[in-house]
Structure formats: structure tokens, C-alpha cells
Design a protein around this ligand. Structure first.
Ligand SMILES: O=C(O)C(=O)C[C@]1(C(=O)O)C=C[C@@H](O)C=C1
Length: 357
């Protein structure tokens, strides 16, 4: 390519960048005016954001991939929303955890993310309206449910208004090169379990495995002591300046964690939604089958079914159920009505758009 051709393309990029700049600011001006119309009401509208991102993916002519343009527009909306009112989001800290990554993936980088010392504290701060939303891990594809989040959902007045699905990649991190001399590996219990086979194959049997409160805490400890390693993600590696001795060491290559976003609002329909609910059933043969019949009878698909012992009575269970559709969709509404006729405890946690990114 000649210098002349290069210059022509760069001149075109310069012109386009200025056009994009003006268009971005026009967009932001509309968002600011929408903020004034909302007049102190609810600013964050998950249903509208999902529609914007889905439309962008559908109408994307390329060559940029749909996922990439959706990520860019995620950030554009994040900045536009911050002009209306900056949001503060609680997550299970410290900084550098997968919960923080999930929060940024969902709300974009203009949101203020606030690290909390426990999932309980994160819920409490949002319940007390000190922060706007909480992002809490609810299930991992390899390790299953996050019990504490499920337990909190039974009693919280908060409503589920979104979901985030995050691919989880774990790395073996250390403050110097090579595996020799590692005496101990720190990680969150779930990360240790998710990398169990890799550790068996690749580290000497006498290396101690120590579970700590978070992956970021593991990275912090490994940064301080050269005889220790950590299992954690990219964000923690960067934050604590650690070397990656081995990448993507999770046993299950499609390892994903699903998070729920909770706040104080109801979310409208988008046509591609989920509804989360909790029901209880007595511990009798056939009770669960009888209870769930209205879901199948109304043609509603169940995407999750998780049982947990109820705190109320010995051997009674509560069931965490996700179904496709919004609780205002006619078939879902009928299924819920049927459930309510068959059990004394149904709590609809919320309806929200299916994850777009
Ligand atoms: O449509 C709105 O209600 C807006 O406030 C605009 C906008 C956007 O930037 O597109 C910003 C924040 C909302 O969460 C949804 C969309």
C-alpha cells in the first residue's frame, strides 16, 4: 500500500471520527432531556437497554462482529445514563473479582461499582437505598447454586431486574516465573473446585490448597509471598501485578457464572424475558410434580429448577424456578395463577430481559 493510499484512509477515518463525535453528543443530549422528563423517577430502564442492544446486533452490517458493536453501545448507553444520574452498584468485593467484571459488563464503565465485604452487605446497602442496584452471583455451570444469594432472595424486598452471564477463566498466578518452589495455592473455594483436575495433574501433591474469601484476596496473598500462588482471573492478575504461569486452567471449558441484578423496580416486557420465582412444596410423594403442572400445561419453558431446604420447617423445601417469558405475558400469568392455587407460598422475584451480551 502506498503512502498516498494510507493517507486517504486516515483522512476518511478523521472525518468519520468527528461525525461519530457529533452524533454521540447528540445522542447524549437526548438522554439528558429524557432524564429531565423522568424528573427524579427511575432512570435505569433495563427493558429499553435490552431493546437497544438487540436492535444494534440485528441491524449490524459488519465487518465489526455483532458482539463487539453491542459492547460499544453498552458503554455509550452507560455514559448517556450517567449524564441523567450516575448509578452506584454493589458487588461482592474486593476489587478485581468476577462479580466486579459482571457489574461492569452489565452497567458499563460509567457506573460506580462499590465493593462489599459480603453478599449480605451488598443486599443490605441496596435495600436501605444507600446504593442503587446489587449484582449477585447465583449459579455456576460447574459448581451449581450460590446458596447465600438464594437464601437472601427468599426474604429480600428487592426485585430481580436483570441477569448477567459471564465466561469464567481462571489462571495460575504468582509474583515470579515457574512452578518450582510453590508451597501453597490460594483461591476461592469455587475456583479450587473448578480447577480441581488441573491442580491434580500439574502441581505436586504436597502443595497445600487454601480457600479464601475471594479470588482477588487470593491474588493479594500471592503477591505478598513468593512461595504461594493464586487461582484468579485476569482482573485480579492485573490489579496485583502477577505473572500468569498457566492460563484458562478451569476443568470445564464452558465455565460460566450467572449473576442477577436486583433493585427496587418492576421491569416492562421486551418479548425475550425471564421470570424468577420461589415456591414451596410439602415433602410428600408427587407434591412437586403436582405443583409444577400449570407451568407445562400453559406451554411455559422452565430454564432453572433448584431446590433448597426451607429455613422454616425441617425437611420442607423451597424451589427456585426461572421460566421463559414475562409475568405479564398471558401464558406466564396463567401458569403463575395455577401455581398460586396449588401452594401457599409463591414469591415472584421479578421479570427481566434475557441477557443480551
Ligand atoms: O430511554 C431512556 O429511558 C434513556 O434514559 C436513554 C438510555 C440510552 O442511553 O439509550 C439511557 C438509560 C436507560 O437505562 C435507557 C436508555
Amino acid at each position: 500500500m502506498s503512502e498516498q493510499q494510507l493517507k486517504q484512509h486516515r483522512d476518511a477515518i478523521d472525518r468519520i471520527d468527528i461525525e461519530i463525535l457529533h452524533l454521540l453528543n447528540q445522542r447524549a443530549q437526548h438522554a439528558r432531556e429524557i432524564g429531565e422528563i423522568k424528573g427524579g423517577g427511575i432512570i435505569y430502564r433495563p427493558e429499553r437497554e435490552a431493546q437497544v442492544l438487540r436492535r444494534i446486533k440485528e441491524q449490524n452490517p459488519g465487518p465489526l462482529p455483532g458482539e463487539s458493536v453491542a459492547r460499544l453501545f453498552r458503554e455509550i448507553m452507560s455514559e448517556c445514563l450517567a449524564l441523567e444520574k450516575p448509578l452506584s452498584i454493589a458487588y461482592l468485593g474486593p476489587e478485581g473479582t468476577f462479580s466486579q467484571l459482571a457489574t461492569l459488563k452489565h452497567f458499563g464503565h460509567a457506573a460506580r461499582t462499590v465493593a462489599c465485604s459480603s453478599i449480605d452487605e451488598a443486599f443490605r446497602l441496596v435495600e436501605a437505598r444507600a446504593l442503587d442496584y446489587v449484582v449477585a452471583p447465583v449459579e455456576n455451570s460447574t459448581e451449581g447454586a450460590v446458596g447465600r444469594t438464594l437464601d437472601l432472595m427468599v426474604s429480600t424486598p428487592l426485585k430481580v431486574c436483570g441477569e448477567v452471564v459471564l465466561r469464567i477463566h481462571h489462571h495460575l498466578l504468582r509474583n515470579s516465573a515457574g512452578i518450582d518452589g510453590i508451597r501453597r495455592v490460594y483461591a476461592h473455594a469455587q475456583a479450587l473446585a473448578q480447577c480441581h483436575e488441573w491442580l491434580n495433574k500439574n502441581l505436586p501433591a504436597d502443595v497445600e490448597r487454601v480457600s479464601v474469601a475471594s479470588n482477588a484476596e487470593a491474588a493479594r496473598l500471592a503477591a505478598e509471598d513468593g512461595s504461594c500462588a493464586a487461582i484468579a482471573g485476569q482482573a485480579a492478575a492485573e490489579r496485583f501485578n502477577l505473572l500468569k504461569l498457566a492460563e484458562n486452567i478451569e476443568d470445564e471449558p464452558n465455565n460460566t457464572t450467572r449473576f442477577l441484578v436486583l433493585g427496587h423496580q418492576d421491569v416492562g416486557q421486551t418479548g425475550q424475558d425471564k421470570t424468577s420465582l420461589i415456591v414451596s412444596a410439602p415433602n410428600r410423594p408427587g407434591a412437586v410434580h403436582y405443583l409444577l403442572a400449570p407451568i407445562a400445561d400453559n406451554g411455559v419453558s422452565m430454564t432453572k429448577f433448584e431446590s433448597r431446604p426451607s429455613r422454616a420447617g425441617l425437611w420442607d423445601y423451597v424451589f427456585f424456578i426461572d421460566v421463559e417469558g414475562h409475568h405479564d405475558d398471558p401464558n406466564v400469568a396463567k401458569a403463575l395463577q395455577g401455581l398460586m392455587e396449588r401452594t401457599s407460598f409463591v414469591k415472584v422475584l421479578g421479570a427481566y430481559p434475557q441477557a443480551v451480551l
